[in-house]
Write a protein that binds this ligand. Structure first.
Ligand SMILES: [Zn+2]
Length: 668
């Protein structure tokens, strides 16, 4: 076949295969037998092999996988992927509804969708072509899993309009695929996956894309990050648009005019739950109007215009085989129940939380008891009670030890606390847990340093305090189990990169009592660098928003310790950044920009920069962004195809700029 003919045939095959794919995997209406599809795919692959220059970025041949990666790159999401607030019962839903109505009035409708139990992903399209897909990660930064996502046949590699958008969806493993996969794993003497969600996550984090391709994953897409920029006014219209573009959306969605209607619908869906071919763990309720969504805005963690209703906990009975004790980062001893494996809420459970000694006593939980295990969604299962009438006489009361199971120092109970603690500062378990915390995602976020590697490093005495991490060498790491040259290189690179982290990650990683990741950020922003924070008095700390008595005391005590000051100067010498490098809130009086102190609304589509960048740039000049136009608005910046907000601004006689005006002011 000459080149011209090959080119024509490749294009033809790509089109046919895309069509087959769409019919089979998105519409669920296959028009040809599988054998026909396979034959066309083989033909395409062999033609592309003959003419590699004719293989396009959106060719369906990529569906079969083939790329083998070294590691996943980090990706920053265009707009953050937030998680939703939870509702566990009717009252929570009524409260949500009341808050919504208080904010936007009574004219509210809700779009109700199933909450698929899978892995949230973000898909980026440039001019209609799928260019990048990422995991949710910490919401701001995820991992680039593009090649694996391409193997999901319901993800279009090209959409029906040349849009540049980021869509969000839930990748999942259908129940039948999950069961078949686990059966095979058992046959091969491999550990079966605990649930479809773990199986989906594990498949998408395969470095060998051929494995992911074999896992039969699927996806439901549920939102476009830049909906309001493309002229859509409601969540439900957004879902219809996704259908039009060629995405697979879940068809169980409904509109409800009242929260009572939502509650009724949830009851129906609960009974249908077992019939779906995929696992769901709840229902998502969203305010349908995007204008109202913007008016409602966000809390620090989640949007105020949506809530996830979680199905209630399921309970099962199984036998308690043993009680294991572990020592946490702060020395707290936690008992864990080891159970005869049992299936509950879609997962196999072998361990469950017993919380603390008091709970064991209060519920009179004994070894070999038949216990009630409770589990809801992704919440850790817990032992809820004992079936006392099923006792045979073989049960044994459990006695907490007097000594730390790891370092054998005497355990103490601090007044006012239920937990037993090991207070030996040299306790190896605490040090190891502290190291694991230091490298974890919300702390220093060092890829490739999980619990397993840290435990090895600690055992081999290569690392005994966090500063040792920054002294690790290639020669030391290569000796560890399951560490190839490539993983060592990657690991050293991510350790090196973590030195550049903004101060709040270090603060959180150090594990100061009561200082969570949010408080760490607040402190880092306020004090700018560790030297200023170190010198801060309790009074100065209390002046900071959201820093309370306990936190202030904990910070002061922490920086009084000689060994902490030594550790910090070591880290500084090793090149670890100790300054806040994130975006800073600018006070209006410190800025001479026109934006300073003004309340500004951005609407319509910007062409020169993303809306998020524009927002950050304006805030950096002391401007305040608002979601909706009101009398309090000082300035409206209208991009292309601006809609109702522009009209309202005109009605209220508010100053209106276009994008060019804004860019000019930003350049000053
Ligand atoms: Zn100990």
């Amino acid at each position: 076949m000459d080149k011209e003919a090959a080119k024509r045939r490749i294009e033809e095959l790509q089109q046919i295969l895309n069509q087959y794919n769409y019919e089979y995997h998105t519409l669920d209406r296959p028009s040809v037998p599988d054998a026909e599809y396979d034959a066309r795919m083989r033909e395409l692959i062999s033609l592309e092999e003959e003419h590699p220059d004719l293989k396009s970025a959106d060719s369906p041949s990529q569906r079969v996988g083939g790329a083998v990666l070294d590691a996943f790159q980090k990706v920053r999401h265009g707009t953050p992927m937030l998680s939703l607030g939870n509702a566990f019962n009717e009252q929570d839903l009524l409260d949500f509804d009341r808050r919504v109505r208080q904010a936007v009035g009574d004219d509210v409708a809700y779009n109700v969708e199933l909450k698929i139990d899978g892995l949230a992903v973000s898909l980026r399209y440039e001019n209609g072509i799928f260019v990048r897909g990422a995991t949710r990660g910490d919401g701001t930064t995820g991992e680039d899993i593009t090649e694996n996502l391409k193997t999901i046949r319901s993800i279009p590699l090209k959409i029906n309009r040349p849009l540049s958008i980021e869509v969000r969806g839930e990748a999942f493993m259908p129940k039948p695929s999950f069961e078949a996969l686990n059966e095979k794993r058992v046959q091969n003497e491999e550990e079966p996956f605990a649930n479809p969600r773990n199986a989906a996550a594990g498949s998408l984090r395969q470095l060998d894309t051929k494995i992911a391709a074999k896992r039969n994953l699927d996806i439901f897409v549920y939102s476009i990050a830049e909906l309001d920029e493309i002229g859509v006014e409601t969540q439900s219209e957004g879902l219809d648009l996704l259908d039009e573009l060629g995405f697979k959306t879940n068809k169980e969605r409904r509109m409800c005019q009242t929260i009572e209607e939502v509650i009724e619908l949830i009851d129906t869906l609960k009974t249908k739950r077992a019939d779906f071919s995929y696992e769901i763990d709840g229902i998502v309720i969203k305010v349908d109007s995007l204008n109202q969504q913007e008016e409602l805005g966000f809390t620090a963690k989640s949007p105020r215009w949506a809530v996830a209703y979680k199905f209630p906990a399921e309970e099962v009975v199984t036998k308690l085989i043993d009680i294991e004790l572990s020592v946490g980062r702060t020395g707290v001893i936690t008992p864990t129940a080891i159970l005869e494996p049992v299936k509950v809420a879609g997962t196999t459970v072998q361990r469950a939380s017993l919380h603390n000694e008091d709970l064991i006593k209060e519920k009179d939980i004994r070894l070999f008891d038949q216990v009630i295990v409770k589990k809801a969604g992704d919440i850790i299962p817990e032992v809820a009670g004992v079936l006392i009438d099923q006792r045979t006489g073989e049960e044994k009361p459990f006695q907490m030890p007097d000594e730390c199971p790891e370092c054998e120092s005497e355990l103490v109970r601090i007044e006012g606390e239920v937990a037993l603690r090991c207070i030996n500062p040299e306790c190896p378990a605490q040090i190891r847990e502290g190291l694991i915390h230091f490298v974890s995602r919300n702390a220093m976020n060092i890829d490739g340093l999980g619990e397993r590697v840290i435990t090895q490093l600690f055992k081999e005495q290569l690392v005994s305090r966090v500063s040792d991490l920054y002294r690790l060498t290639q020669e030391q790491l290569i000796q560890l189990e399951r560490m190839g040259e490539k993983s060592v290189d990657n690991l050293l690179r991510s350790i090196g990169q973590s030195k550049e982290n903004s101060l709040e990650r270090l603060l959180f990683g150090l594990g100061i009592r009561f200082i969570g990741s949010k408080a760490a950020k607040t402190l880092a922003m306020h004090f700018d660098n560790i030297d200023q924070l170190k010198q801060a008095t309790k009074e100065q700390l209390l002046e900071v928003d959201e820093i309370g008595e306990k936190m202030a005391d904990a910070v002061v005590t922490y920086f009084e310790k000689e060994e902490i000051l030594d550790l910090l100067s070591e880290l500084k010498e090793l090149g670890v950044n100790m300054t806040y490098t994130g975006p800073k809130p600018v006070k209006a009086e410190d800025s001479d920009s026109y934006f300073a102190g003004k309340t500004i609304v951005l609407t319509g589509k910007l062409t020169q920069m993303s809306r998020n960048d524009a927002k950050e740039a304006i805030e950096a000049l002391g401007g305040k962004l608002a979601g909706s136009v009101s009398k309090k608005t000082d300035l409206v910046i209208a991009g292309e195809a601006a809609g109702s907000k522009l009209t309202k601004a005109e009605e209220l006689n508010i100053e209106i700029w276009d994008e060019a005006n804004m860019l000019e002011e930003l350049k000053k």
